[in-house]
Design a protein around this ligand. Structure first.
Ligand SMILES: [Zn+2]
Length: 69
């Protein structure tokens, strides 16, 4: 797990929190409560980041589709 990894939201430019998949441990729950990460659940999805400002996952659907090519 990469710590302190951040990316900027392409829409608002704010810091986005990484979405982590899998069974979360106590540290992950604490980090999620601090807003440092987002728990994505056990099923891995295309979302890699969460922007709390936009209240949206990143990449946005159109960008995720573009990355598949
Ligand atoms: Zn944003």
């Amino acid at each position: 797990m990469a710590e302190n990894e951040t990316t900027a939201c392409p829409r608002c430019g704010g810091a986005a929190a990484p979405v982590l998949y899998g069974l979360p441990g106590p540290e992950m729950f604490e980090a999620a409560e601090r807003g440092e990460i987002v728990l994505g659940g056990c099923e891995v999805g295309p979302e890699r980041w969460w922007c709390g400002t936009c209240a949206r996952y990143l990449p946005f659907p159109e960008e995720a589709a573009a990355e598949r090519d």
